[in-house]
Structures are given as structure tokens and as C-alpha cells.
Design a protein around this ligand. Structure first.
Ligand SMILES: Nc1ncnc2c1ncn2[C@@H]1O[C@H](COP(=O)(O)OP(=O)(O)OP(=O)(O)O)[C@@H](O)[C@H]1O
Length: 320
């Protein structure tokens, strides 16, 4: 496959369940060798899309190409694709090591014990390799599911909420493994509700709402496209800072002095350049600026703005 060819290309991809349109004319191009994040409110269509990539379901309309090949109507993972949705399928009564051997045998793979040890180490499960999966936590099962996918040496790895249930050390193992895969040219697509995880891991994101793509592209582009964000400023002189901010171009001072970690801070709504000018103006007025930070990250802000429609519809439907 040439580097320039998308790892996934979807055009007008549609999937319905009865009256529910889970995916509505989805168009997508995923650059190979990157980690792509998929975000969206509950019911946005993330799992449905990942299921189509894994060959677990067939689209009702549109075109889907995975790793340069059109996806047919067979319910099977396309060549070179591995992963899971709705948690990995594992055998509870077998140990982690035996699960991997059994899954490899099921696939007709001739996997040596060394390779199994390698993937267990990759996800940080070496110490529990001979424990039965029945006693595993959610996070350990997720990691074992990732190990099972790694055994197939995929070129496209598809994971539905892989960070679910992971403790900080588990997350470090999983994030490390995914980064190493991407460094080796593997494309990773993963869904998450955690914007901090997506920001830490992904170079590109797709935001879905009500089955439609609201944004797809590099995180950097999303930040640039994001309009005014709320910023928190910790200053040496809050009263003067408020006066300066009130007179600054493109800056809206949000009502009230906001307490943050026990300290009164100034919160303004402004674009990044307007915040930079405000900081310069504060310094000119002799106000020390100790900290400037967005109240929510650019990804979270964009996510909230782009998915507002679906969330508003839900609130009306449930009378909240
Ligand atoms: N097998 C199914 N039968 C009926 N409806 C389904 C089925 N799978 C998904 N849906 C519906 O399709 C829509 C999209 O669901 P999907 O699971 O893809 O969303 P999601 O973004 O993964 O949500 P979540 O964040 O809650 O996991 C929802 O309205 C869901 O109820």
C-alpha cells in the first residue's frame, strides 16, 4: 500500500437499525500510520462505524474501502484488520497465555510461545500470564484483548473504548503499545469519551453526532478552527486585571470572580490571539500573570460545540 492511500475511505456510508439511522452518509479518509480518535455522544454511531471496519456488520449504503480494498458483504474482518467492539471475546476459564494460544489456533495462526510472551509484555500482563481470565478486571481484559489483536500483526487496529477500566499504569502500557504501532506504520482507530486520552494519543480526530461527521482532521486544525474559548487567568491583582480585560478588544469577562483551587481567578472568553494581547496589556499595566489556561481543552470545547445539537435534542426528548 502506498503511503498516500488512505487506510480507510468511506463515502456516503449509511447504516440503519429499523428506523434508527446510526450512520448517515458518513464520509471519511484516514491517513495511514496515525492514531485516529473517534468521539461523539452516546448513540452517535461510533461503535457502528468501528463494527463496519471490523466486518462485524455490513453497510446499507455508500462505499467503504479498508487498506485499499473495497469491503464486501461478508461478515469477516478485512485482511490486515484486527480489534474489537463491546469488549474483547475471551475464554474466562483459560489463562491469559492460553487464551492467546487458543485465539491464534482459531484463526489458523501458527504462533510461537515467544510471540505470545512478547505481546503479553507489550500490554503489561506478563505477571498474570498464567492466571485465569475469570479473575481479571475490566482493564486487564481490555489489555488482553489488545494483546490478542497484536498477535495478528494488523495494519489497521480498531478499538472501541480501549481505555475503559484502565488504571494509570495500564493506560501507560496501552498508550505506549499504540504509539509504537503507529511509529511502525500501523493505523489505529479508537473511540473514547475521554477527551484527555484522545488529546494525549491522537494526531487526528473525527467527531460524530447523530450519525453524521461534524469534524474530521488533525487536532491542530480543530484548535485553530475553534472560536473563542474560556480562559482562566491567575494574576497578581484581580481588580486591575478585570478592569483591563473589560476594555480589551475581543475579550468578554465572564461574570463574577471565579474560585479555582481556593484562589480567585479571572475568567474571560476570547480567541487565542485576543488572550495573548490581553496578557501583554496586563503586563503593561504592571499586573503579574502567573497562569493562563483554557478552562476546557480545545478538543473538549469543539466537541461540546459540534455535538450541541444532538445533546439539545436529547434534553428536549427526555424533558430535562
Ligand atoms: N444492533 C442494534 N440494534 C438496534 N439499534 C442499534 C444497534 N446498534 C446500534 N443501534 C443504534 O444505533 C445508534 C448508534 O449506536 P452506536 O452504538 O453506534 O453509538 P455509539 O456512538 O457507539 O454510542 P456509545 O457512546 O453509547 O457507545 C444508537 O441509536 C443505537 O441505539
Amino acid at each position: 500500500m502506498e503511503d498516500t492511500q488512505p487506510a480507510v475511505r468511506a463515502r456516503g456510508l449509511t447504516k440503519c437499525f429499523g428506523d434508527v439511522v446510526a450512520l448517515d452518509e458518513v464520509g471519511l479518509e484516514l491517513v495511514p500510520g496515525r492514531i485516529h480518535g473517534l468521539a461523539g455522544p452516546n448513540g452517535a454511531g461510533k461503535t457502528t462505524l468501528l463494527g463496519l471496519l471490523l466486518g462485524l456488520a455490513v453497510a446499507d449504503g455508500g462505499e467503504l474501502e479498508v487498506l485499499g480494498r473495497p469491503v464486501g458483504r461478508a461478515l469477516a474482518a478485512p485482511d490486515g484488520v484486527a480489534g474489537f467492539v463491546d469488549g474483547p471475546g475471551l475464554y474466562p476459564s483459560l489463562t491469559a497465555r492460553k487464551n492467546l494460544a487458543a485465539l491464534a489456533a482459531l484463526r489458523g495462526q501458527d504462533t510461537g510461545a515467544r510471540r505470545i510472551d512478547e505481546v503479553l509484555a507489550e500490554v503489561g500482563l506478563t505477571d498474570v500470564a498464567d492466571d485465569r481470565v475469570r479473575g481479571f478486571s475490566l482493564g486487564m481484559r481490555q489489555r488482553l484483548g489488545l494483546a490478542a489483536a497484536l498477535l495478528t500483526e494488523p495494519r489497521l487496529l480498531v478499538l472501541d473504548e480501549p481505555s475503559n477500566g484502565l488504571d494509570p499504569a495500564g493506560k501507560q502500557h496501552v498508550h505506549g503499545a499504540l504509539r509504537r504501532l503507529a511509529d511502525n506504520g500501523v493505523t489505529v482507530v479508537l473511540s473514547s469519551h475521554r477527551m484527555d486520552d484522545l488529546e494525549a494519543l491522537c494526531s487526528e480526530v473525527t467527531i460524530l453526532a447523530t450519525g453524521r461527521v461534524r469534524f474530521s482532521g488533525p487536532l491542530g486544525t480543530l484548535a485553530v478552527e475553534t472560536r473563542a474559548l474560556d480562559h482562566r487567568l491567575l494574576t497578581s491583582d484581580l481588580r486591575t486585571a478585570r478592569l483591563v480585560a473589560a476594555g480589551a478588544a475581543g475579550v468578554t469577562v465572564l461574570d463574577g470572580d471565579v474560585a479555582w483551587r481556593g484562589t480567585e481567578v479571572l475568567v474571560v472568553r476570547a480567541t487565542a490571539p485576543a488572550v495573548e494581547q490581553l496578557v501583554a496589556a496586563l503586563v503593561r499595566e504592571g499586573v503579574g500573570v502567573r497562569e493562563v489556561a483554557p478552562v476546557v481543552s480545545p478538543l473538549e470545547a469543539a466537541y461540546l460545540a459540534l455535538t450541541e445539537e444532538q445533546r439539545t435534542e436529547e434534553q428536549q426528548e427526555y424533558g430535562r
